[in-house]
Design a protein around this ligand. Sequence first.
Ligand SMILES: [Fe+2]
Ligand SMILES: [Fe+2]
Length: 190
Amino acid sequence: MRRDILSRLHGYRYEHSLGVERCAIALAKKYGGDPALAGAAGILHDITKHLSPQEQLNLCEKYGIIPCTVEKSEPKMLHGKTAAAIARREYHMPDEVCDAIACHTTGRAKMTILDKILYLADYIEETRDFPGVEKARELAETSMDRALLYCYDQTLIELITRGKLIHSDTIAAYNDMIRQGVRWRDEEKA
Ligand SMILES: [Fe+2]
Ligand SMILES: [Fe+2]
């Protein structure tokens, strides 16, 4: 099955997906997740990312996914949900893997350990190279929640800077961390 999944990934996405798999397994071992499920979520999470906006919408139609107004405007955002549908229907992955894949693009409130592992692994895996990735890796050494909030902050700042739409699940994810008292800046640490 792993070979079949990998045959659907090409170029940078192939390397990235293997990087996410490795990183997700390491995070699972470190933070008490299931390494096998984390690895599976890692290689499957971007399985539909190469598809066009129209193809994303076609898959939504096929699998009964109802896009929100933001997703209708930015159908590429749907690749988490469409990949989750493929993981469930074609690879018979358990709910927790599919749920983690479904929310890896936006985050969501009340993330499970597996959701957090995949979201973080997607952000910090070894092939990632962008301003801020080192800080996220450093925070992930000691706290998934602090690293996660850092990722949300950076994502929100970037979306606002670029004048892009913000998905309501991303705001819910951010608010959830803040409400729990999570902070990533040292001076704010409780
Ligand atoms: Fe993705
Ligand atoms: Fe990814």
